[in-house]
Structure formats: structure tokens, C-alpha cells
Write a protein that binds this ligand. Structure first.
Ligand code: CDV
Length: 311
């Protein structure tokens, strides 16, 4: 057995007016609870330090940049790193990253148990749009504020296993998990901010949105024989509701823990990384069964082209 006790540290809403210091204090409360419950690893949501600002249309770059971190750790987040190191807990969380050369990314980092950053991921599948749209219920401007990630889907040898990260919308794309699966990933962690309603359709009930969220996590876990730890920022942020349903999914695709509130909430599960072996060696033995000579379209083409419509 190679056990890693994971805490999925869901955050309730963060309002525009909330300071990073106040949010980090909440994160430390969850970390202390995780320490009491014996966690080795605590995972926080996407863009954990601020409100989900891509819902707001901004033209002034200074207004946008107030939501970005120029270094990590920094003055606001250092207490979180120190608390994690004190308890010997590895952490992962998402934040908006502004690089020294002025590039903007939706990023997550992974530390080891000493608080040293050992992994970074930049969100690749950016949903939404780049310009203001007046015919939708609310804006989702990730394509305006972030560049697509440039780091691929790396995995990291830490906590005695092979760990990978993705962020929110990435969880809906099978390629995300498969690229990490092909590097032997044993645990994929991700944070998300998912609106409870669809900006473009009032006909999609919240229960369908939650169903698709769970379906994506469970399929990714099963088809790649990996643990998946998905952590929400939830609740109503300045009148905009986000659903919760943070979940820990086993390599057989079953949900083993799920949050029940839309507030700050920790869910904990002890994950045996060796539980990935059966799926990796038997059901989805990639080396034995994959037929890459038939998969070329996956990397050659983005949109679908119906036969007869080729140029
Ligand atoms: N933050 C996200 O990536 N949210 C998307 C919404 C816009 C659908 C998601 O896939 O949950």
C-alpha cells in the first residue's frame, strides 16, 4: 500500500471586497483541520485567492492586474506555505499568475511536504470569450484575461507517487487525463469555479451541470486508472452562484467522498496509490492495447469535419 491521505479543501464564496489575507486565513483554518485529520496533502480550488474575476468585464489593465500574483509565495500567501511546512503537508492551489515578462496565466502549483514548490501547471483549455457579449446572462472572460497554458500536462514524482494537475474546464476533455495517463499519473488534482447556471441557456438545470461534472471526473479516473481530486470554489459570489460537489474519485471511477455544502468544507480520504495498478496493468494496459496508428486525428484536427466537407 502507498497511502496518501488527501484533503479536498473546498472554499465557499469569495466576494470582490475580500482581501487575500482574509482568504489565506480561511485556507489555514482548513489546513489546520486537515492536519488534525492526518492529511499528507491538501488541495484548494482554482483561483483560490480572489473572487472568480473573469465574470467581470474590465478594459483597464490595472483593474485586471490587481487579481494577479507577481510571485509565489508572496507576502499574502507566505503564512499558508509556512503553516503547510509546519504540519508537513503538501499543498496545491490555483491563482492568477503574472510573469516577470508580463504574461498572464491561470495557474496551479504543487508543493512537497516542506512547502517547496515542486510543480506548476498553466490552464490549457480556457473557456468563454475575449470580448463583452450582451446577449448572455453573465460574462466568462477567461480568453480575455489569460493565455493558454504553455507547460503541457506535466506530472511530478512527489508524495511517493506520480501527481498531475489540471484546472476546471480541463476536466471535461479526455485528452487532459490521457496525456497524464501516458506518463503514469496516479493522482490528478484540480480546482474549479463552475457557475450553477448556463450563461447561454436557461434550459440547463443545475442537476445536469453537476451530472456532467461528475461524469467527467469519473470517466477520466476510470479510463486512466488514476485518483482524481476535484475541489470547488462554491456559493454565491456577488450574486453569481457556483456549485460545490468537490469530489475524490477512485481509480475505478467511483466517488469515495463528496462535499455537502457550498461553504468552506474539508473532505478527506486515504488514497492507496497502488489501487491504480489493476486498471493500469489489466483493464487499461496502454502498452498492450492502444492503437496509436488510428489516433492521428486527435493531434491533427481541432474541430470536426464531416466527410465530403474537406477542402
Ligand atoms: N472556470 C471554468 O473553467 N469554468 C467552466 C465553466 C465556464 C463551464 C467549467 O468547465 O466548469
Amino acid at each position: 500500500m502507498r497511502n496518501v491521505t488527501v484533503g479536498a479543501a473546498q472554499l465557499g464564496p469569495i466576494q470582490k471586497a475580500d482581501s487575500r489575507q482574509a482568504v489565506v486565513a480561511r485556507m489555514i483554518v482548513l489546513l489546520e483541520e486537515a492536519a488534525e485529520k492526518g492529511c499528507d496533502f491538501v488541495v484548494f480550488p482554482e483561483l483560490a485567492l480572489t473572487t472568480f474575476f473573469p465574470r467581470w468585464y474590465m478594459e483597464d489593465q490595472a483593474d485586471v492586474d490587481q487579481y494577479f500574483e507577481r510571485e509565489m509565495p508572496n507576502a499574502a500567501t507566505r503564512p499558508l506555505f509556512e503553516a503547510a511546512a509546519k504540519h508537513g503537508i503538501a499543498i496545491s492551489f490555483g491563482y492568477a499568475e503574472l510573469t516577470p515578462d508580463g504574461q498572464h496565466y491561470n495557474t496551479s502549483i504543487l508543493t512537497d511536504k516542506t512547502g517547496a514548490i515542486v510543480g506548476k501547471y498553466r490552464k490549457i483549455h480556457l473557456p468563454g470569450h475575449a470580448e463583452y457579449e450582451d446577449d448572455i446572462a453573465f460574462q466568462h472572460l477567461e480568453k480575455r484575461y489569460f493565455l493558454p497554458g504553455d507547460l503541457g500536462f506535466p506530472v511530478f514524482n512527489v508524495l511517493g507517487g506520480v501527481m498531475g494537475m489540471c484546472i476546471c474546464n480541463d476536466r471535461r476533455w479526455p485528452e487532459t487525463y490521457r496525456v497524464m495517463g501516458l506518463q503514469g499519473v496516479e493522482m490528478v488534482t484540480l480546482g474549479f469555479n463552475t457557475p450553477s447556471t448556463n450563461a447561454r441557456s436557461s434550459n440547463e438545470p443545475e442537476e445536469d451541470r453537476v451530472f456532467h461534472h461528475r461524469l467527467s471526473l469519473q470517466a477520466g479516473a476510470y479510463q486512466n486508472a488514476t485518483w482524481v481530486v476535484a475541489v470547488a470554489k462554491a456559493g454565491v459570489e456577488d450574486d453569481h452562484p457556483l456549485f460545490g460537489c468537490s469530489a475524490i474519485v477512485a481509480p475505478n471511477g467511483k466517488i469515495v467522498a463528496e462535499s455537502v455544502t457550498e461553504e468552506d468544507e474539508l473532505i478527506v480520504h486515504t488514497c492507496d496509490l497502488d489501487a491504480t495498478r489493476f486498471g493500469k496493468e489489466t483493464v487499461f494496459n496502454f502498452a498492450k492495447h492502444r492503437r496509436i496508428e488510428h489516433y492521428g486525428l486527435i493531434t491533427e484536427r481541432t474541430g470536426a469535419i464531416v466527410p465530403g466537407d474537406e477542402e
